[in-house]
Ligand binder design. Structure first.
Ligand code: 2NL
Length: 339
């Protein structure tokens, strides 16, 4: 091959390869152009191998320069196109993975507590405002804390009123799910000397078939005051102050005679709504001397009152829920109505 023909072939291979490189749409195409042009067995590689056949040193130099220039041009064109393709691929990936954060900020989905929790926390707030402290205790209890210390010895007929759920642990009938939060009050009286001004909210358990007004698992708040010279007038005044603070100043309260084994005298308390209707809320009374004796307090020195009512029913009434069971299905469409 003459030197001119060789230079001509190099230029033509170069032009074909640079045009193909700038039109390429994939890395595979670029690798194929390399293979057929700049590689050892490609067009320019083969021409380079033919350099040795040229006789004149000048011809070798001129043709060698032309070949080197052609390889450099093609290599640069392939490199440039490769960077373009990589950039485009990255653009595509970014577009595909794009998240519009403003869309999320525009529709905040904030949850809220269950209506029983809302009532529980409001009750705590009101009692703390009246000067009470809050105490909690275990849900699995012994016979002593749930019954015995509350003036209900083993033979006491009132024990049957509590539909107790027993736990298979230890001696049969000695370990149970607490049927009220009163055991917490016993624990508090055992652990700290009076004066005591405390409320005990918590989950309690009874062997009941669920219906519109009963659940086997429900929530209660009980209050206990122990001090010197506490009378039934303090109980009535506290119930009245609570009623106005919790329901509003246009509500009032009343006590009606009742019976509980752990209080004497005992009463039910009702609240009167602004429309004049009376609603039963809970029970209360003066702490029975036997309860003081059970925790080692002298009933001649100390006196006190206690009260208790159901939290679930308060939430049910407040939100006009027709059936207690609705509150515990866990159905988000129910819960979300009460933010
Ligand atoms: C109700 C009535 C009541 C008590 C709870 C109590 C606790 C101790 C001593 C005396 Cl340690 N009494 N608690 C007293 C009267 C009534 O609850 O209807 N609860 C839902």
């Amino acid at each position: 091959m003459s030197v001119d023909a060789l230079i001509e072939a190099a230029a033509s291979a170069r032009d074909e390869a640079t045009a193909a490189a700038s039109a390429a749409t994939s890395l595979e195409e670029l690798r194929a152009i390399e293979a057929r042009t700049t590689a050892k067995k490609g067009a320019l590689g083969v021409l380079k191998a033919g350099l040795g056949k040229l006789e004149a040193a000048d011809d070798k130099r001129v043709a060698g320069q032309a070949l080197n220039e052609a390889v450099a041009t093609v290599t640069a064109a392939i490199g440039a196109r490769e960077r373009e393709l990589a950039g485009a691929a990255r653009e595509l990936q970014l577009a595909a993975e794009r998240i519009d954060l403003t869309e999320i900020a525009a529709r905040p989905r904030r949850g809220h507590t269950h209506i029983v929790t809302q009532a529980w926390e409001r009750l705590e707030d009101v009692f703390v405002g009246l000067g009470f402290q809050v105490a909690e205790g275990p849900e699995v209890e012994s016979d002593w804390y749930n019954f015995e210390a509350l003036n209900m010895p083993e033979s006491h007929p009132a024990r049957g009123d509590w539909d107790t759920l027993f736990v298979e642990h230890g001696e049969p009938g000695t370990v149970l799910l607490r049927t009220h939060t009163s055991p917490v009050q016993i624990r508090v009286m055992e652990q700290q000397p009076p004066p005591i001004y405390m409320v005990m909210p918590g989950r309690v358990f009874r062997r009941d078939t669920p219906d519109a007004t009963h659940m086997p698992v429900f929530h209660q708040i009980e209050g206990l005051v122990v001090d010197r010279g506490i009378t039934m007038a303090d109980l009535a005044g506290t119930i009245e102050a609570f009623t106005k603070a919790f329901f509003g100043s246009d509500f009032t309260s009343r006590l009606r005679p009742s019976y509980f084994p752990f209080t004497e005298p005992s009463a039910e308390f009702d609240i009167r709504t602004p429309t004049g209707a009376w609603l039963e809320l809970g029970g209360c009374g003066m702490v029975h001397p036997n309860v003081f004796r059970a925790v080692g307090l002298d009933p001649e020195e100390w006196s006190g009152f206690a009260f208790g009512f159901g939290i679930d029913r308060m939430a049910k009434e407040r939100h006009g829920v027709g059936d207690l069971r609705e509150m515990f299905t866990g159905d988000i469409r129910f819960s979300e109505q009460f933010s």
